[in-house]
Design a protein around this ligand. Structure first.
Ligand code: ATP
Length: 578
């Protein structure tokens, strides 16, 4: 059973804002003190109204105006300092969670819905910021008033106060019960909203598939179903609140009627003056707002606890792949790559690579061929250290890749992936992706090698043309050439080419091929090969089958062996490339 509220986890993020918090608390104290003087002032005004003394009435009303003014200034101060502290805290939480997510491995993102992550980092964090703001100024101020005003009432007339507060424990218990139930409903509701957001992200990013499969109707139905669950979850929360307010309001009304009854009786017994009764009633009236606000704050507090849980759930995720604490920077490499008896499985029961050995000398072009699911992409993922092998070692220039920092390793490997991702930004930013200061010279140089310079300069804004939504339209071949430029902009010694399977028109194909030929020079290249030309040109072709190298050699030597490669070549390349 969970004992501690999740809110405690926010303290380390709130604590650094202590200068703002202290100023805020000082303003809250000022606000409460000035509020406390109001019942006394009301009693005085009532007294002089009874005497018909206009001068005194004007004097006390003037004083009350001053009190309201100063109280207003304190209220402004408490709001502004606390919102500042809460927003700073929310910003820190958001930054830390985002940075933490980037420490997690690919395996985490492969099993998590991106829409859900987006929701947690945006909506959930905003909600937490809002509740902390409310708690820090409204809640604290209200609680102080709920303590100080009854204390003043006790001082005025304790029997009347006790009678008025007799229903308070019942109210507190009821509010607590409602709060617990609200937390449960809120968790459900937040998850529903997250599901909806995940669904939308998935559908809009896959909109080509949706349209190609004419699945709009299917998607609309799926969305409607989720939206209905979402409505229902929200309705249940609001339904509970709708019951809560009349119940508590009724108890409040009963308390006030009880007060009038007792007050009248006390006056008839000469235990209370009319003036004191007015002060007392003013104090009671001042209590109503803090009570109502406390209930709604408490409800929100419970509802938002679900958001806090969802945020810190992300922070609790541990990276599956950790960097060696003594990891060193990988010095600029020559490009020798060696796999020594490497075995790997995503799930222990299904080995993907089995005792795999391979050696590539600097400048070698290694083509990986094999049927789908043979383990080609996995072999490459291990070189980039997306995952660690369960057995064996991978070495670059005779250094185990587990002994170097991930950044220095990945910076020395260029990759042209099969699915090209361009981010919203300029062409230059996309080619120099990850460079904090864009090296425009290197970017242009890379674009020239990748046969991209001439089409880029044809855009009116050249390298500063916007890519992505509302940006320039790029053909498949142009995207590939940008990806090639991006892969070599840092001049890596090792290059991975995951060839696209979709065909380009022959002109584009020729430009891409020419670019690839150029970038492969003087680099160790691994190609997941789908094109005949890449395979023919390779220094070594590795034929993978069920995670093992079953044949290795040059195109000619393997063809003359008449083994698996020869059959594979006949089936796959001959039919598609002739
Ligand atoms: N992230 C993953 N989690 C679990 N299993 C995976 C994952 N990625 C790949 N696999 C499995 O590992 C095996 C090898 O996959 P891999 O993608 O390396 O093959 P491949 O030869 O590159 O195939 P293709 O040519 O179709 O891309 C397959 O059985 C695949 O289902």
């Amino acid at each position: 059973m969970k004992v501690r509220s999740s809110y405690w986890q926010l303290l380390p993020y709130l604590w650094p804002q202590w200068p703002l918090l202290i100023r805020g608390v000082a303003c809250i104290l000022g606000y409460v003190l000035f509020t406390l003087s109001l019942p006394y002032l009301a009693g005085q005004v009532a007294f002089f109204i009874g005497q018909g003394n206009v001068n005194q009435i004007a004097y006390w009303l003037g004083l009350a105006t001053l009190v309201f003014l100063v109280r207003g200034l304190f209220q402004y101060g408490q709001n502004i300092f606390m919102i500042d502290a809460a927003l700073e805290m929310a910003l820190n939480v958001r930054k830390r969670v985002y940075a933490h997510l980037h420490k997690l491995g690919l395996d985490y993102f492969e099993t998590t819905q991106t829409g859900d992550l987006t929701y947690r980092l945006t909506e959930d964090v905003d909600r937490v910021g809002e509740i902390v703001d409310k708690l820090s100024h409204q809640f604290l101020s209200n609680i102080l008033q709920l303590i100080a005003i009854p204390a003043y009432m006790l001082y005025l007339n304790w029997p009347l106060t006790l009678a008025g507060l007799i229903l308070a424990p019942i109210m507190a218990w009821l509010i607590g019960q409602f709060g617990q139930r609200l937390l449960v409903l809120s968790r459900q509701s937040q998850n529903q909203v997250s599901n909806l957001s995940a669904l939308l992200t998935e559908v809009f990013s896959g909109i080509r598939v949706v349209q190609a499969f004419a699945a709009q109707g299917y998607e609309v139905k799926r969305f409607n179903r989720e939206a209905e669950y979402n409505r229902l979850a929200k309705y249940r929360t609001q339904q509970l609140k709708a019951i809560q307010f009349p119940v508590v309001g009724f108890l409040e009304a009963v308390s006030i009627m009880l007060l009038f009854l007792l007050g009248g009786w006390q006056i008839s017994q000469n235990n209370l003056t009319g003036q004191e009764f007015i002060s007392f009633l003013t104090a009671v009236a001042l209590l109503i707002q803090p009570i109502d606000l406390t209930i709604s704050n408490y409800n929100e507090f419970k509802q938002t606890e679900a958001s806090v849980e969802r945020i810190f759930e992300l922070m609790a995720k541990q990276p599956s792949l950790s960097e060696n604490p003594n990891a060193k920077e990988l010095p600029r490499v020559m490009g020798k790559v060696e796999y020594r008896h490497v075995s790997f499985a995503y799930n222990p029961s299904q080995p993907v690579l089995k005792d795999l050995c391979l050696q590539a000398s600097p400048g070698d072009v290694i083509a990986l061929v094999g049927s789908s699911g043979a383990g080609k992409s996995t072999l490459i993922s291990l070189l980039l250290r997306f995952y660690d092998p369960q057995a064996g070692q991978i070495l670059i220039d005779d250094i185990d890749i587990r002994d170097v920092t991930l950044t220095s390793l990945r910076r020395q490997i260029g990759i042209v992936p099969q699915d090209i991702t361009l981010f919203s930004g300029t062409i230059a930013e996309n080619i120099g992706y990850g460079q904090e200061e864009l090296d425009l010279e290197a970017i242009q140089e890379a674009a020239k090698i990748a046969n991209a310079h001439s089409f880029i300069t044809q855009f009116s804004q050249g390298y500063h043309s916007w890519v992505g939504e509302r940006g320039v339209n790029l053909s498949g071949g142009q995207r590939q050439r940008l990806a090639i430029a991006r892969a070599i902009v840092n001049d890596p010694r090792i290059l991975i080419l995951d060839e696209a399977t979709s065909a380009l028109d022959s002109e584009s194909e020729a430009l891409v091929q020419e670019a690839l030929e150029r970038v492969m020079q003087n680099r160790t290249v691994f190609i997941i090969a789908h094109r005949l030309s890449s395979v023919r040109r390779a220094d070594c072709i590795l034929v993978l089958e069920q995670g093992q190298v079953v044949e290795a050699g040059t195109h000619d030597s393997l063809l003359s062996q008449g083994g698996r490669y020869a059959r594979f070549y006949a089936q796959q390349f001959y039919s598609t490339n002739q």
